[in-house]
Design a protein around this ligand. Structure first.
Ligand code: BMA
Length: 413
């Protein structure tokens, strides 16, 4: 290419031609940059144009890493495991693999009531320290919120209609604001102050109003109109970002797979979608294709559907210039000891599109003694699936915390 340009230039040495060639080269350079994910990463933009540099860097890095890697995440990872509770710097994932997960999920339900602990008895003060420590180690945090109803006072699963009353114009709107204020305060308390006295807000992937296409939460389908749900989402973003100047959030949308038809996935997925200006992460909660007890499809079919669901969210994310994530999922109690290398990995690794999943997070490992039951998603030490999970963690595609690059520094061009 360069040789041809030089040869041609010899025959056409006028200024006009040189200008034309320079512009043409620039054009080629720009088009190359666009198709190169390393460069495109810098082009992705957030819902919040005033997002902090660390928040932007996190999003760019998730995007940049996504063609080659998927970050592994676990809900409540540091708070307790199946056989332990409250130990310092421990996770079931690390017991088995040698590293904490790359991403930590925390739940803030009951924060809005002023309670000292969340609905699963995780103390908020300890949660704050775990989030700060994870950030300092380079890990990523995502927040979910099973909010109590600001209108009825019932919990997230109390499906008496609430949404119309709490959106702008509703009689209980002020109560919604008061509940959101609790998060604004918590977010302030999470911020770290450096030696110069400057405050650093910890970037958070914020995932409110999840699984809204299901009918199990008061914000879910059947208990709120689609328009009211969208109004709730948009108000939440505007209230935090514009009224309260919260600029460290990456907003994740996360419908549930069980209420989508895999053959019309995009149509069903976009139910309640608040718009590209209000969503950063095209997420999906998928327990359904991973052996959910109510799913009667044969195991092979479920595997295929799982891969198709991942492919679909990546395609939607790509169309929108966003990133895709499995925001929640997993197999409760892991009856399949080869779940990770037999089901999860092959699906993510299906093709170049599915591989673009940015992160996956599985749900919590309830403490057996305290909760008096088994409810876990990551193998613990001694579990028959532990070795398989270790293999999974060592796969080049999968990143745990000890393999992360600096997620909070913008990738260079
Ligand atoms: C559910 C279960 C419950 C828990 C809730 C909120 O999926 O794990 O035990 O209370 O999430 O974290």
């Amino acid at each position: 290419m360069i040789k041809t340009h030089t040869a041609t230039a010899k025959w056409l040495p006028c200024l006009f031609t040189r200008c034309f060639l320079a512009l043409a080269s620039l054009f080629i350079l720009i088009s190359c940059a666009d198709s190169d994910p390393e460069h495109a990463a810098n082009a992705v933009s957030l819902v919040d144009a005033k997002a902090t540099p660390q928040t932007r860097a996190l999003y760019q890095n998730l995007h940049r890493l996504s063609p080659e890697h998927v970050l592994f995440g676990h809900q409540d990872a540091l708070a307790y495991g199946v056989l332990w509770e409250g130990d310092e710097d421990r996770s079931d994932a690390r017991d088995v693999t040698g590293s904490h997960p790359a991403l930590y999920g925390w739940e803030i339900g009951n924060l809005e009531l002023g309670a000292p602990e969340n609905l699963d008895k995780v103390n908020f003060e300890r949660m704050r320290r775990w989030i700060q420590a994870a950030y300092q180690r380079g890990g990523v945090t995502t927040i979910s919120w099973h909010m109590n109803s600001p209108a009825t006072g019932g919990n997230a699963w109390d499906t008496r209609p609430t949404v119309a009353e709490i959106i702008p114009g509703g009689s209980k709107h002020e109560q919604l604001k008061a509940y959101l204020d609790a998060f604004v305060v918590f977010n302030e308390q999470l911020a770290l102050t450096d030696e110069q006295g400057e405050k650093h807000y910890i970037p958070l992937i914020f995932r409110p109003w999840h699984e809204h296409n299901g009918d199990w939460f008061w914000w879910g389908k059947g208990h709120a109109s689609e328009a009211d749900y969208i109004a709730l989402w948009r108000f939440t973003v505007e209230y935090l970002r514009d009224d309260n100047k919260v600029h460290n959030l990456i907003y994740a949308f996360s419908p549930d797979r069980s209420r989508t038809d895999i053959n019309h996935f995009k149509r069903d997925y976009l139910y309640g979608y608040p718009g590209d200006d209000y969503v950063d992460i095209i997420g999906l909660d998928n327990y359904w294709d991973l052996g959910h007890p109510a799913n009667e499809a044969p195991a092979e079919q479920q595997k295929q559907d799982f891969a198709r669901s991942l492919q679909a969210i990546v395609e939607i994310a790509n169309e929108k210039g966003k990133i895709a994530a499995l925001t929640e999922g997993g197999q409760d109690k892991l009856p399949n000891p080869r779940f990770w290398t037999d089901t999860v990995l092959p699906a993510i690794n299906t093709n170049a599109t599915t591989r673009q999943l940015a992160y996956m997070m599985v749900w919590r490992n309830a403490n057996r003694e305290r909760e008096g039951r088994d409810h876990f998603y990551v193998p613990y030490e001694g579990h028959e699936g532990a070795e398989d999970f270790l293999h999974f963690s060592r796969h080049a595609l999968v990143l745990f915390e000890n393999e992360l690059p600096d997620m909070y520094v913008a990738p260079s061009l």
